[in-house]
Design a protein around this ligand. Structure first.
Ligand code: SF4
Length: 191
């Protein structure tokens, strides 16, 4: 179903309804800073590619944000190549596989100014709590999700977040990949 794919036209709606919290964090960070650092560009770039964004739309997307703060010329020289590269259009034509939850949780720990990583693992409790409140998660579910994250059940916390935001019963989902999250959400919402 073509409607289940990510496109620029439906992106802002999908960010709210169908993005896992890690990718929403990257998206909002990019909109705020008009920039993402290396690991953020990789984590988010490979996600939007696998979610169905075309190369042309991906270039348009990154260019429109980055050029709010830098010259078009600099963007074309330093960043456009990497976007094309990640779509296999330049260089080795390597296949870049989008990162799984396990990879995001266990590698490349984010530092200050980074937006990549898994917020269930990498955000401190207060920041995660405020984020969930901003996303209109009911208080009892927030408590449950924070407890799961504290017990290091990051993917179960994410699955609970999915279930709450899709009005599904407790325990029917198991999230292990951000693109699985996105695909299941789109399928559920269009079905
Ligand atoms: Fe993203 Fe996976 Fe963490 Fe969920 S558990 S926020 S999909 S990395």
């Amino acid at each position: 179903n073509a409607d289940d794919k990510l496109s620029l036209a439906n992106m802002e709606e999908d960010v709210v309804k169908s993005y896992p919290i890690c990718m929403r964090n990257l998206h909002e960070g990019l909109r705020k800073d008009h920039h993402l650092k290396h690991w953020g560009r990789l984590q988010y770039g490979l996600f939007i590619k696998a979610a169905g964004l075309s190369l042309e739309e991906a270039l348009l997307f990154w260019r429109s944000e980055f050029t709010k703060k830098m010259d078009l010329d600099k963007f074309e020289k330093q960043y456009a190549y990497n976007v094309r590269h990640s779509y296999g259009k330049e260089g080795k034509r390597a296949d870049y596989t989008p990162y799984s939850c396990m990879k995001i949780i266990t590698t490349n720990q984010p530092g200050p100014g980074d937006f990549h990583g898994c917020p269930f693992k990498h955000s401190d409790n207060d920041i995660l709590k405020r984020r969930l409140q901003n996303y209109k998660i009911p208080n009892d579910s927030i408590k449950e999700i924070l407890d799961l994250a504290k017990q290091q059940h990051y993917q179960i916390a994410c699955s609970r977040y999915f279930e709450v935001t899709h009005k599904l019963p407790n325990g029917v989902t198991m999230i292990n990949h951000p693109n699985q999250y996105f695909d299941e959400s789109k399928k559920f919402l269009s079905g």
